[in-house]
Design a protein around this ligand. Structure first.
Ligand SMILES: Cc1cc2nc3c(=O)[nH]c(=O)nc-3n(C[C@H](O)[C@H](O)[C@H](O)COP(=O)(O)OP(=O)(O)OC[C@H]3O[C@@H](n4cnc5c(N)ncnc54)[C@H](O)[C@@H]3O)c2cc1C
Length: 499
């Protein structure tokens, strides 16, 4: 297969030809230099970088009938969209902001005036303190005592220092990695706090970041997240991660990249099997297509790859990583009002609550606040399964936070990632023991197969920024491998520091 020849390479697989025994009848066979599996931000970014570098013959196979993966724009009327998945970016997200500029996708600022509401144990309080800066105590809303504030500052300092000492590229190789990975965040907090209030506050930070209880996430995993964002402050502070969103929704980045890539992107094509025989092209199989390729980029959460059969079987370390990877899903509802009425009450629209249905709320209105849009995150299993009951429960919760006006929405759209067949989760809280045992398999290519996806990025993993960086990094790896095997790739690979 020459770099220039493959786009045209389509043949029908007949009996007796290589692979016939395992192929389904009438599978079309194509050739490509590179197959990218998954058309989320990471996969499309990898394909875009490859094409930019002159590797023209790239195919992207996407299981869904749409691109964007964990980003999706949902219409709320009058040409306005909201983000059902990934939404905010911030100053620290340099690669995705550069990409948006290249693609001509504008950003809008997050509304930042007014005060948040805290709702705990049935009591509502609007206050100037952010729950994570130690002014207010989750659970009671009371102001922290002097001692509690000092302890909270010490815990934050300790976590920040431990995270900073980890090698960004290989935290699992840190001298104390195994020790950190044996402890859950819950147990670490029990050993390192005297005040229950401090334990609980940091527990909220864990829940806010990962949608998981401190019992279910290892200390090492939390430290890696802090390291990836450049510090605990960045992980939690809105200025670095949450101060902008994309006009037209985050999915517009993927939609624009897919438009550029044209018929290289094939939708409705779930990859079922990847065969990587020694000395022959890799073989990527969907129900109706077989693609023979020099290199393959699998661009998704490791848990998503459980749906793909690999032949030969993945090495022990990689299959351990895949089997033990945890993805947790979220529920997001956007509730639309004529105007952002809470702004008139000097409220920011942010809520932090221990409510059974909704635990976090943010103002997600378009600039100008008309219509007003409140974004509510589901608190977990107690979100009702019936659609109407769910809408009533969400608006009832909002009324507890913002008053009776919240009972009169003009629109309601929701996105339940738990019911999405092709996503294993929105975030990856890993249990004790997983990262130290299997982390080194996260990015290591297996034969001709390379791995992308936000979780593989040492920088801003779990965010859209990490996805973009991982696509750049995987494209760079593939370009280097193609060159090594004698394929002429005209342009320079993406920056090695991309992550
Ligand atoms: C509710 C929610 C809120 C979020 N909020 C933010 C936020 O505010 N800011 C932020 O930066 N990030 C946020 N994120 C995270 C962000 O959206 C993701 O990190 C990012 O979009 C991941 O991109 P990806 O390419 O790594 O993976 P994905 O988007 O998951 O892409 C993987 C793709 O692979 C496809 N696929 C899976 N299996 C197969 C198969 N067998 N064959 C072919 N295709 C397959 C999937 O359909 C998908 O399109 C949020 C996510 C969610 C869900």
């Amino acid at each position: 297969m020459e770099a220039s020849a493959a786009a045209a390479g389509t043949l029908l697989l007949g009996c007796g030809e290589r692979g016939c025994s395992s192929s389904r009848p009438f599978q079309e066979v194509k050739q490509a230099d590179v197959v990218v599996v998954g058309a989320g931000l990471s996969g499309l970014m990898a394909a875009r970088e490859l094409v930019k570098a002159g590797v023209d013959d790239v195919l992207v196979l996407e299981a869904r009938e749409r691109v964007g993966g964990l980003t999706i724009s949902q219409a709320i009327g009058d040409g306005i969209v909201v983000d059902g998945g990934g939404q905010w970016v911030g100053e620290g997200h340099t690669r995705i902001l550069a990409l948006a500029e290249e693609l001509g996708v504008a950003t809008t600022e997050t509304y930042g005036d007014g005060v948040p509401v805290f709702y705990f144990n049935g009591a509502r309080m609007a206050g100037t303190g952010q729950v994570f800066d130690g002014v207010r105590m989750p659970g009671t809303g009371q102001v922290f005592t002097h001692d509690e504030r000092i302890e909270l500052a010490q815990v934050r300092q300790k976590l920040t220092e431990m995270a900073a000492a980890l090698p960004a590229d290989a935290p699992w190789d840190a001298p104390r990695a195994a020790e950190y990975d044996q402890l859950s965040m819950f147990n670490w907090l029990r050993e390192n706090t005297r005040h229950e209030s401090v334990h609980r506050t940091v527990g909220y930070a864990v829940n806010f970041t990962f949608g998981a209880k401190p019992e279910d996430i290892s200390l090492l995993c939390f430290l890696v997240a802090i390291r990836a964002c450049g510090g605990l402050e960045s992980l939690l502070a809105t200025s670095d991660a949450q101060d902008k969103s994309f006009a037209g929704g985050s999915q517009s980045l993927s939609l624009t990249m897919a438009r550029e890539l044209g018929d290289r992107v094939i939708l409705g094509a779930p990859v079922r099997r990847i065969v990587d025989p020694p000395g022959e092209p890799a073989r990527v199989e969907t129900d109706r297509l077989v693609i023979l390729a020099r290199r393959v980029v699998v661009a998704m959460m490791p848990a998503d790859t459980r749906r793909i059969e690999f032949e030969p079987e993945l090495p022990e370390l990689r299959s351990g990583l895949v089997k033990n990877w945890t993805g947790v899903s979220d529920y997001k509802a956007h509730v639309v009002y004529k105007t952002a009425f809470w702004r008139g009450l000097q409220l920011s629209g942010t809520v932090i609550a221990d409510d059974a249905v909704i635990d976090f709320v943010f103002d997600s209105s378009p600039p100008g606040g008309s219509p007003g849009v409140l974004l509510a995150f589901g608190a977990g299993e107690q979100v009702p399964s019936d659609t109407n009951a769910r809408k009533d429960a969400v608006t009832a919760a909002l009324a507890k936070f913002f008053g009776r006006e919240a009972l009169e929405p003009t629109g309601f759209v929701e996105m339940d990632w738990m019911s999405e067949a092709w996503s294993s989760g929105c975030a990856s809280p890993l249990k004790p023991g997983v990262l130290s045992a299997y982390g080194r398999a996260l990015r290591a290519p297996v034969g001709r197969i390379h791995w992308a996806g936000t979780d593989t990025s040492p920088v801003w993993s779990g965010f859209m920024e990490g996805a973009v960086r991982s696509g750049e990094r995987a494209a760079g790896e593939v370009i280097a491998a193609l060159r090594e095997s004698g394929v002429a790739v005209p342009a320079a690979p993406p920056p090695a520091s991309a992550g």
